[in-house]
Design a protein around this ligand. Structure first.
Ligand code: 13P
Length: 348
């Protein structure tokens, strides 16, 4: 048994504590720049730092956010007054996490498909991050639905990478977030998404088992079973909730410590509504806690309101906290139109 087993179990449980979820703020420099650029903010290291300071210094964030996933640049940064972000987080009771994959790259021999890289030197990087104070990690694999894809080769390569990463994390004291994302891009139906998600999850758990990963010391971060973005027939909130939970029930071992969904390009309100419906209907039946690990569906309104200006800081923080609160409520099955509307006077 891993020397860290008890600590890993406790961390994993804390990450999915009632009413809370994980905030993903681990965009690579390239992705963060793209998101800053889209709303007219300078794409510089200082603006990335200032933006992450805005997020991490949001008052009361810890009421709804159990842990936040950082990027290698961010985990080494500090607030303007010199307090390390890691200290800001631990003082607030927010567990620091770290993205450790090095990105999804074109897969040789598999046109249109990606395989995630980052295993080389991973043991040493995990040791450094643990020593700095990180207690969990993330690795994202990407599965694309299209004509004749995903292939078996792509699903297996990604599942193997996730499993090797997860075991290295557990050896080094970090709870692995295992993220096989089936992309929402395309015109596929909910049924097709179901098939691909089920095959992906079964393959991932097969590999996790083969690589001796302890299920009770990991968090699964799946995409929801949802209609493709361009599918003319968009499934309802209840259909997404039913299909997603059924798919997980058929493919995810009961001992997994928790499930924290990604938002994957859903609108902010959809992401909250889907999570809420799952908890309203299935919290009593599902063997795992169902919560969130959103990036865009928590950050987007704040980023748009901030625009890189100090004078918008407080409004941006209110908007960030609001989305965190809505999703915290959705984790409890208590997200209602009233909760959603609480902030309308501020934004009007
Ligand atoms: P989204 O919620 O924006 O999909 O991001 C979650 C994430 O961490 C992707 O790796």
């Amino acid at each position: 048994m891993s020397t860290y087993a008890q600590e890993l179990r406790a961390t994993a449980q804390a990450m999915v504590a009632p009413g809370k979820g994980v905030l993903a703020m681990d965009e690579s420099n390239g992705t963060c720049n793209k998101r800053l650029g889209k709303v007219g903010i300078d794409q510089t290291e200082e603006m990335r730092r200032t933006y992450r300071e805005l997020i991490l210094t949001t008052p009361n964030l810890e009421n709804y956010i159990s842990g936040a996933i950082l990027y290698d640049e961010t985990i080494r940064q500090s607030t303007k007054d010199g307090t390390p972000f890691l200290k800001v987080m631990t003082d607030a009771g927010i567990i620091p996490g770290i993205k450790v994959d090095t990105g999804a790259k074109d897969m040789a021999g598999f046109p249109g498909e990606k395989v995630t890289e980052g295993l080389d030197g991973l043991r040493d990087r995990i040791a450094e991050y643990y020593q700095m104070g990180a207690r969990f990690a993330k690795w994202r694999a990407v599965i694309t639905i299209g004509d004749g894809i995903p292939s078996r080769g792509c699903i297996e390569a990604n599942a193997h990478g996730l499993a090797r990463y997860a075991k290295l994390c557990q050896e080094g004291g970090l709870v692995p977030i295992v993220e096989p994302e089936v992309l929402i891009d395309g015109d596929h139906t909910l049924e097709r998404c179901y098939q691909v998600t089920e095959e992906t999850l079964r393959t991932v758990f097969n590999q996790l088992y083969t690589q001796r990963v302890a299920f009770d010391q990991m968090i699964l971060k799946p995409s929801m079973v949802i209609s493709g973005k361009d599918c003319p027939n968009q499934a309802s909130v209840n259909e997404v909730a039913d299909a997603t939970v059924q798919c997980l029930m058929n493919s995810v071992p009961a001992s997994v410590a928790g499930v924290a969904f990604l938002s994957g390009g859903q609108s902010n309100q959809q992401a909250s509504a889907h999570l809420n419906a799952m908890n309203v209907k299935y919290a009593d039946q599902a063997p795992w806690t169902l919560t969130f690990s959103y990036a865009r569906a928590i950050q987007q309104p704040a980023l748009e309101a901030w625009k890189g200006k100090e004078s918008n800081l407080s409004l941006a923080q209110k908007l960030l906290l609001h989305r965190a609160k809505c999703n915290g409520a959705a984790h409890e099955g208590q997200y209602t139109p009233e909760v959603e509307k609480e902030l309308e006077p501020v934004t009007a």
